[in-house]
Design a protein around this ligand. Sequence first.
Ligand SMILES: *Cc1c(COP(=O)(O)O)cnc(C)c1O
Length: 400
Amino acid sequence: MPGAETDTPWQSRFGSSLMRTMGSPLRMLVRGEGAYVWDDEGTEYLDFLAGIAVNSLGHAHPVFVDAISRQAATLAHVSNYFSTPPQIELAERLKRITGAGVGGRVYFCNSGAEANEAAFKLARLNSSGTRTKIVALNNGFHGRTMGALSLTGKPAMREPFEPMPSGVVHIDTTIEALESTIDDSVSALFVEPIKGEAGVLPLPEGFLRRARELTEQHGALLIVDEIQTGVGRTGAWFSYMHDGVVPDAVTVAKGMAGGFPIGSLVTFGWASDLFTRGQHGSTFGGNPLATATANAVLGEIESAGLVENAARRGTELRAVIDGLESPLVEEIRGQGLLIGIGLTEPVAGQISDGALANGLIINAPNDSSIRIAPPLIIGDDEVRVFAERLRRAFDAVVAD
Ligand SMILES: *Cc1c(COP(=O)(O)O)cnc(C)c1O
């Protein structure tokens, strides 16, 4: 029928053309500015998910727009047979802000999963024949490609795609489990400092420090997945800094270029000598467009004091949630601007739906957890609007 396709609502066009890997999209978004986005009907939303901890500077930030525009008009992509000024600048910057320092090295890729793939290969290079195990945590999330998926501690995600790459062992997130597992047969331990996808679950007190002691003692790599927690989100450049721990490697992605796809693996000390020529690579990885954007975003986070802002606004958002005095709130988890609300009842979906209906984007990683991860730029106004809209979302559920 002529014209039928143009009359089709976007939901049905989406449903007939996109791979069925995700549920139905919540809205059709067409524009963003600062911490706000608008849908195709002109409705405004306060975006306190930020593309899952990605839009560090919010939407359409002039620094982000300028960097992409200027670099696209200068030099967008070359191959890895060549270097470019923004690539080296970003590698040096990452060594500085991660604390990897002069002995550090940086590998660039295009996503979080790819950063963990590189880290997985790094772990294999620490095998020396006898180290057959890689240890990761139950309920952890490291991405969807096969290596990253094998590290992910959710059996239901892995099972349809078995067999997995071999050698990964998942343990409970307890110091006892660490002590009984980390030995000379382990090449690496992968840890998320706060388990974002699991509902913003922090590690037990002292876990990361004990992990550092044990991995060091046994020659295993401590690899920290900072893909969600990194780049200032928790009120430190990287979350391990809160514990005074120095890892052997860290994976970075999500918020690093504020919405432009990029990922990286940063190694510290002896871990920087494991990869040798020809052992890994990516066509797009580290191209000038991505690295110039990341430099601009990281530079703005630094010069605008957004790491400190994340700590300060995080405290304010916690006070807002506390102030709801809702019987549905069991606990408030997380750090800085990565906040989880643990609920007393499995109504997280209803609350995030109610929030959306009231112009607030938050998310329910599971039935009893709400995740809040706003842009790092939020100020007094955004906190106030969040408070109003969150209260309406909770009130709607209580009234049901
Ligand atoms: C999002 C995420 C990943 C995967 O990143 P992608 O860019 O989606 O591949 C890996 N680890 C953690 C902790 C994440 O939050």
